[in-house]
Design a protein around this ligand. Structure first.
Ligand SMILES: NC(=O)c1ccc[n+]([C@@H]2O[C@H](COP(=O)([O-])OP(=O)(O)OC[C@H]3O[C@@H](n4cnc5c(N)ncnc54)[C@H](OP(=O)(O)O)[C@@H]3O)[C@@H](O)[C@H]2O)c1
Length: 312
């Protein structure tokens, strides 16, 4: 049975749907399992508390650790909590699981935000220099995971770059744009306030990322660190233009200084996918137009259903 943490999150939800579709048995570890569909086997686990009583759970065929405090500004506001969730939490879980089942394949999902941004696509061996509390805690989580390899455990670290799709939290850049644009469209127009539109990011669709994790899990331990990326940069402003072009009403755009994130808002963060391609035997490419269609349609549905765009 495959164990998945962060099962109620954006990626976790996609992943469990996939597992169910493919008939793979999974155990969801979630802070509040009541938020998960009732047909999923689930156990309550808060990363800030004690590790679950693993002896009462079915043996894991693999462990995919997704859970994290993943929103950059939230981590800046509470670094202590970010460290508790992103470092101390997985440390306790790994200890408990690997003590009982030492050869469990473990994928530790980190982030591209551990890297020092650079003009060229970033390789796994390039310099790490996180510019945010989120990135620092992700790097500390990596060190913990990599340390387990030295003790003979089958642990590998993944560094995903950005991913998006329907259902993503409104605080992230693309759903934030899409939801607020859909709300303005409903009102007949207006002005969208934005942060830095010049940053370039390496986006994939969340379903591609979820599938890559599942494909890589049996190989956990064989590699140390892998980027999960496409190798292609997308300018955030161009993605916004694409969303705007899908609206039925004109909307203007204004830069709002309070939406700029300073050093955490790296200009360019694009990954080198060579090692990932070698491991997967395929490359991951974003279908940009399909992603933008999906985001705007999802946003229209969410706005029509009454979702607030206040935090977007
Ligand atoms: N999405 C991206 O573009 C991206 C890019 C790079 C890396 N990542 C990494 O990918 C992983 C999944 O990201 P995501 O987009 O799915 O993020 P997400 O939607 O914010 O999901 C995070 C998950 O972590 C859980 N969590 C947070 N605090 C917890 C706690 N104290 N105890 C137990 N669970 C807790 C959340 O549970 P609740 O549902 O109960 O809040 C949620 O299920 C994260 O490690 C993230 O850092 C994501």
């Amino acid at each position: 049975m495959l164990w998945v943490t962060g099962a109620s999150g954006f990626v976790g939800t996609q992943l469990l749907r996939r597992l169910r579709r493919d008939g793979v048995a999974a155990l969801a570890l979630a802070r509040d399992p009541r938020r998960l569909p009732a047909h999923w086997a689930a156990v309550a686990w808060d990363l800030e508390g004690r590790a679950p009583d693993v002896a009462s759970l079915p043996r894991p065929s693999g462990l995919l650790h997704l859970a994290a405090l993943a929103h950059v500004p939230e981590c800046e506001r509470d670094p202590q909590r970010a460290r508790a969730v992103n470092v101390a939490g997985p440390a306790r879980l790994y200890e408990a699981v690997l003590e009982r089942w030492p050869q469990t394949p473990v994928l530790h999902v980190s982030s591209a935000y551990v890297y020092r941004p650079q003009p060229a696509p970033v390789r796994e061996e390039d310099a790490v220099e996180p510019a945010s509390v989120y990135g620092v805690t992700k790097l500390e989580g990596e060190a913990l995971a990599l340390g387990l390899r030295d003790r003979g455990h089958r642990v590998s670290v993944l560094r995903p770059f950005n991913h998006s799709g329907a259902g993503q939290d409104a605080r992230y850049v693309l759903p934030s744009f899409a939801l607020r644009l859909a709300a303005l469209e409903r009102r007949g127009g207006g002005t969208l306030e934005v942060g830095n539109l010049h940053s370039v990011r390496d986006f994939l669709h969340v379903s591609q990322v979820a599938q890559a994790y599942l494909d890589l899990l049996p190989r956990a331990g064989e590699f140390e660190i892998l980027n999960v990326c496409s190798g292609t940069g997308q300018r955030v402003g161009d993605l916004l233009d694409g969303l705007q072009a899908r609206l039925h009403v004109p909307v203007s755009v204004r830069v709002d200084g309070s939406r700029l994130r300073g050093a955490a808002d790296a200009e360019r963060l694009v990954g080198d996918p060579s090692r990932l391609q070698a491991a997967l035997g395929r490359s991951l490419r974003l279908d940009r137009e399909a992603l933008l269609d999906e985001l705007i349609e999802d946003a229209r549905r969410r706005v029509a259903a009454g979702e607030s765009v206040a935090g977007a």
